[in-house]
Ligand binder design. Sequence first.
Ligand SMILES: CC(C)(COP(=O)(O)OP(=O)(O)OC[C@H]1O[C@@H](n2cnc3c(N)ncnc32)[C@H](O)[C@@H]1OP(=O)(O)O)[C@@H](O)C(=O)NCCC(=O)NCCS
Length: 194
Amino acid sequence: MVRIRNYREDDNLKWVRCRVLSFLDTAYYDDVLKEKQHYKNSSIELVAEIDDKIVGLMDTEYEIEKGAVCYKSNELGAVIWHLAVLPEYRNKGISTALLNQTINILKGKDIKVLQAWTRDDIWVNDWYKKRGFNWRESYLHVYKNRKDCDEFVQTKVENVVICSCFAHYVGTNKEEIKDTFERVHECNLYELTI
Ligand SMILES: CC(C)(COP(=O)(O)OP(=O)(O)OC[C@H]1O[C@@H](n2cnc3c(N)ncnc32)[C@H](O)[C@@H]1OP(=O)(O)O)[C@@H](O)C(=O)NCCC(=O)NCCS
């Protein structure tokens, strides 16, 4: 049976493994952490455990002062920084249970808005929408590899060759950027009123 509980320091390795394996089939496939992230502000860090194995995780950082964590919000808010469930444990309601528990805790702290950023995996976007999140805006995550990087950016250091680049595009010519660069992700902001 699945148990939702708070993250403990000795979960670090299991947490990192759950996260990396859960991201392999997503647009975040190469976003690898070697250690769990910790937060400057208060946070809710939950794991879903089955038989001593971490199969899901959710980290949410929340504000005591407006604007400390959220992007452009007039309300006291929180941001989901990590949400993941191992592929073989999906569609069993584990993420929904993690989200519901997080929302209950946030309500007790007078938080009114929950934000989440996610790339362009349709099923992940649908997951947020079906749980009442509204799409607010997006910008682009842009990657370029190998020698054609120098069309994009130039080094000021002699004999240094840039082999890969990662950039944010926040302008309005999104289609042109998508046509120009080999790997581009829409990074979407969702918001739930709680
Ligand atoms: C999105 C994610 C967290 C959902 O976890 P989950 O525990 O399977 O979600 P739940 O069981 O609570 O909800 C299942 C719903 O998600 C959908 N879903 C989950 N995985 C899916 C997949 N691989 N393909 C299509 N739909 C999927 C189901 O169709 C179901 O829809 P429903 O609401 O109509 O029933 C999980 O798929 C995941 O870990 N994705 C990869 C990590 C990721 O992208 N995280 C977000 C980055 S911000």
